[in-house]
Design a protein around this ligand. Structure first.
Ligand code: SF4
Length: 71
């Protein structure tokens, strides 16, 4: 039997993560690049994702960037 991995539909927090609506709202062109890299790509390396999996998505620091930098 051949195992075929399921296609990822993206980060499970897409509907609750407010990073793009709150922090990146003024730079939508940059947001799409981040979303492509993290949200619809390798979301498991996103600092916000890791934080949410550890502490819950209700307490993600609003200024925590996916690459783990704060502004
Ligand atoms: S920024 Fe991170 S936690 Fe938020 S939706 Fe994208 S991958 Fe998920």
């Amino acid at each position: 039997m051949i195992h075929t991995p399921e296609k990822s539909a993206g980060c499970e927090f897409l509907n609750v993560c407010d990073f793009f609506s709150e922090i990146m709202a003024s730079v939508p062109q940059f947001s799409s690049k981040i979303q492509f890299k993290y949200c619809f790509g390798d979301f498991r390396i996103c600092a916000r994702y890791t934080y949410a999996k550890t502490h819950g998505n209700a307490t993600i620091p609003e200024d925590l960037f996916p690459n783990a930098s704060y502004f």
